[in-house]
Design a protein around this ligand. Structure first.
Ligand SMILES: [Zn+2]
Length: 151
């Protein structure tokens, strides 16, 4: 079964999302939210590279300030991996699986019920989960060096 957790984003009014979190609507916040809400995982630098043409006045520090405000409001999630902070649109808890060969980050659904019930049994309540998994491309799916396709 496909997850529909993020489908509501398609018709989402980003300005309304900001207002609903008590955040002032600024062009910078809207631009940053537009990038991250399109899906995927981004660093501040990547967002800056994507926005500096369409938003000429925007600076890297403005982008980080916007990202932090959006994260604190709960609109975005952030996690650290390989010494870098990544941002993604809020969604159900999932594992961020990072391929050590390509650097690609893939979302994988995980069942955290066992973990959260163990936490419950210790008298605590889970408020957030950031799960980062390091993986590598499966060797049998990687083209062998100097293979038939090699140039
Ligand atoms: Zn993710």
């Amino acid at each position: 079964m496909l997850s529909v957790a993020n489908d509501y984003r398609l018709g989402m009014d980003l300005a309304e999302e900001l207002r609903s979190k008590g955040l002032k609507v600024t062009p910078q916040r809207l631009a940053v939210l537009r990038v991250v809400s399109s899906g995927g995982h981004y660093t501040g630098e990547q967002i800056y590279e994507m926005l500096k043409k369409s938003e000429p006045g925007i600076s890297l520090s403005t982008i980080y300030n916007s990202l932090e405000a959006l994260r604190e409001s709960g609109l975005l999630n952030s996690f650290e991996a390989r010494g870098v902070t990544w941002y993604e649109f809020r969604k159900e808890p999932h594992a961020n699986v990072i391929c050590l060969d390509t650097g690609e980050i893939v979302d994988v659904d995980v069942d955290l019920s066992q973990l959260t019930s163990s936490i419950d049994s210790k008298g605590m309540r889970t408020r957030g989960v950031n799960l980062v998994v390091y993986a590598e491309c499966r060797p049998n799916e990687t083209a062998p060096q100097g293979g038939a396709d090699g140039r």
